[in-house]
Ligand binder design. Structure first.
Ligand code: CU
Length: 123
């Protein structure tokens, strides 16, 4: 008789574990789905590295409302400028962040160093 009880308890535990696992899987799936819909924080981020007097990547495509970060790896300061916007001097290992609220094509440059140019396409 004790064996039947042990088997019954074991079955209840296994069933509970299955339900818990199924529920948590559904939840994490929904989270990923929501993230994809809003695209607020894409995997990898919108990071532009300033290195050896150039922007890498030179061209990026983002969605309206997303933030772009420029990080300077050069030991000289750079500035990021486009129509109506100018960053502070971005020193070595410093960052400049900007959130693009309007769609369009933004051509930017570093006014200190001719030839340093980049492009942000905002959809
Ligand atoms: Cu520069």
């Amino acid at each position: 008789m004790w064996l039947v009880k042990v088997v019954r308890v074991f079955c209840v535990i296994m069933l509970s574990l299955t339900l818990i696992t199924a529920t948590s899987c559904t939840k994490s799936y929904k989270k990923i789905e929501n993230l994809d819909e809003t695209r607020k924080a894409p995997i990898g981020g919108n990071l532009i590295i300033i290195s050896q007097f150039s922007f890498d990547p030179a061209v990026i495509t983002i969605y309206k409302g997303e933030m772009v970060t420029w990080e300077n790896m050069d030991d000289v300061p750079h500035i990021v400028v486009w129509e109506g916007v100018q960053s502070k001097k971005i020193g070595y290992l410093e960052e400049f962040k900007y959130t693009f609220r309007e769609s369009g094509t933004y051509l930017y440059k570093c006014p200190i160093h001719p030839g340093m140019e980049g492009k942000i396409i905002v959809k």
